[in-house]
Ligand binder design. Structure first.
Ligand SMILES: [Zn+2]
Length: 590
């Protein structure tokens, strides 16, 4: 049964939350009480930080403020801001931080607001699905008698449930690098749109499913407050902009913050269409807001200032898109476009468009790949010499690996990006100097970098070059109720994507998953691929029968399949050996 456990796993070790929300204790599959342990940070490197990057950190200094009477803002308690509106009939909570741990840090402030207003949270609004906006939600209900309504755009819940998806192992690693989660305080400066991300390999998540869903636009009274909830696709497709009609306050969510927009994120996401983002800002401009409070960075005051900044923001987005398209049509490759694209001075100099988070050249590359895919148009890239072969040829050209290493070392100060490229070739040849050279080059690049996403990625990669290993993700003290709300299909689908294809190139067989509380599914293996089918296939060689909660618990390594088998909680149609053999066809995701 070991393969079942690891095959399904999303790389995790733990179990049911002990005693509800609060604290970091949970029970492992072996029944042992687990405690959150200190995370292991990378070794400090004494890398320097640009003065402008240091100054930018001030925006996220931890604080709470009443932006306007009855509109409360908490900054710096997690990556994103939290806003509480003291509405006539209750408190409206807008966004909820990235983890149970982050939310617990802000709970005293929420408690204070409940006391001072004599009201409970009657409504929660999620501006979009990103972790830093949704995963602390359940924590804020502690001590409440009211069950709040939860508002979100129609796409939000499905996107949150993609926390169980086949790409989770790689996006976790890339996100941990981009957000510098494992960098020591000495090396970490900021996250461009916020301070440290309070979500690591041990944190738990507490999303609350939406009770009220907005498709496009909803003009509604919530807790006696007149609101417009406007679908505004931009940084994500499920964005909601919120307008407080009587207060003339706009909450633009993540479609505006005090930095160049992250039109591409290096942690890796689907294409963010700049045209949709610009169009959404145009809709927000029609509100004529007098105060704007983004979910990252700081409020903006004054109708004219808001209009100017929103207009510049959308113009910068359109400028990058349009100019990239022109250059694409002129036959330029992504590298050439990235080297040439530049905002015009009036936008490049705007303090709210500095490249502290997103970068213009990354945005241009994203437009290229989002519209034309990976091929640059240069035939030299259709069948390039790569990997060890290229490294070997480059070393030969340089006069041997030692000469290549010397060239990399010589370039460290003058052209660290070139030094990194050469050192990366040496790494492929297993030359011992390669990794120390890579680490040095990466830190040189980091020291010169404005964008947190690149700086943190460089610095974490430098630590990895020196032997630091990123931990595997887990679900920490995530409550079962959240895990069990995720469609069972998401969990089973991960199996199909992790087939050990080379072992079954000549085989065709199917196996059933007969859930006691959900429609059954079949996985069919057909010569190197696995398909997910509805129902139990008639030609199945067997089936396992269990509850979806058990299956989910096994998948996240919260429940021990061997114990469930012994307890009769998993039964099998056909022999247990058949079940084991079938499940052994799938490899654990990294
Ligand atoms: Zn955010």
């Amino acid at each position: 049964m070991k393969s079942f456990l690891t095959g399904l796993g999303v790389g995790i070790v733990f179990a049911a939350l002990l005693g509800g929300v609060g604290g970091y204790l949970w029970v492992s599959a072996e029944g042992e009480i687990q405690e959150r342990t200190e995370i292991t940070y990378a070794t400090a490197s004494a890398v320097t930080t640009r003065p402008d990057v240091k100054t930018h950190s001030e925006i996220f200094r931890r604080r709470t403020e009443e932006v306007s009477p009855g509109v409360h803002l908490a900054v710096g308690y997690g990556l994103a801001n939290v806003i509480v509106i003291d509405a006539p009939e209750g408190l409206i909570l807008v966004d909820t931080l990235e983890s149970i741990r982050a939310a617990e840090g802000l709970l005293p402030w929420i408690d204070g607001l409940r006391k001072s207003t004599g009201k409970e949270i009657t409504d929660i609004i999620f501006t979009h699905n990103h972790a830093d906006h949704v995963f602390g939600a359940g924590v804020f209900l502690e001590g409440q008698t009211t069950t709040p309504r939860v508002w979100a755009q129609a796409g939000t819940q499905g996107r949150v449930h993609e926390i169980i998806n086949a790409l989770a192992p790689v996006t976790f690693r890339r996100a941990m690098r981009m957000f510098g989660v494992y960098l020591p305080d000495e090396d970490f400066e900021n996250n461009g749109i916020g301070p440290r991300l309070l979500s690591d390999d041990q944190d738990g998540f507490f999303f609350l499913p939406p009770s009220d869903v907005v498709e496009n636009r909803l003009e509604v009274k919530i807790a006696g407050e007149s609101l417009i909830l406007q679908h505004a696709p931009g940084e994500t497709d499920d964005h909601l902009a919120i307008f407080l009609v009587d207060r003339k306050i706009l909450l633009p969510a993540d479609n505006y913050y005090h930095a160049f927009p992250n039109l591409y994120t290096v942690r890796g996401t689907p294409y963010r269409d700049p045209r949709k983002w610009a169009a959404s800002i145009d809709v927000m401009r029609t509100f004529g807001a007098e105060i704007m409070i983004p979910q990252h960075s700081q409020p903006v005051f004054g109708k004219d200032r808001i209009e100017n900044q929103l207009r510049d923001y959308r113009d910068a987005i359109q400028f990058v898109y349009d100019q990239t398209i022109q250059m694409i049509n002129a036959g330029l490759t992504p590298d050439e476009i990235a080297a040439q694209i530049k905002l015009p001075p009036h936008l490049a100099n705007a303090p709210y468009l500095q490249e502290f988070y997103g970068k213009v050249e990354y945005a241009a590359r994203a437009v290229f790949s989002g519209t034309l895919g990976w091929f640059s148009g240069d035939p030299a890239e259709l069948d390039p010499v790569t990997g060890i072969r290229r490294a070997t040829l480059m070393a030969e050209l340089a006069g041997g690996p030692e000469a290549l290493a010397k060239a990399a070392g010589d370039a460290l100060d003058t052209e660290p990006a070139w030094a990194l490229m050469l050192a990366t070739e040496l790494m492929r040849l297993d030359v011992p100097e390669a990794q120390p050279l890579r680490a040095k080059a990466l830190r040189k690049l980091a020291a010169a970098e404005t964008a947190s996403s690149a700086r943190n990625y460089y610095l974490t990669a430098a630590a990895e070059a020196e032997g630091f290993t990123l931990p595997k993700p887990s679900f920490g003290p995530t409550p079962d109720e959240m895990i069990n709300a995720i469609p069972i299909r998401n969990f089973v689908e991960i199996l199909t994507l992790n087939l050990k294809a080379d072992r079954v190139l000549d085989r065709e067989l199917s196996y059933g998953f007969d859930f006691t509380d959900a429609p059954p599914l079949t996985i069919r293996i057909r010569r190197g691929i696995a398909l997910l089918e509805d129902g139990l296939a008639r030609d199945r060689i067997g089936a396992l029968r269990t509850s979806t909660a058990n299956f989910r618990g096994i998948a996240i390594k919260r429940l021990d399949p061997a114990k469930l088998l012994l307890a009769g909680e998993i039964t099998s149609e056909g022999s247990i050996l058949t079940m084991q053999e079938f499940l052994a066809h799938f490899r654990p995701p990294v």
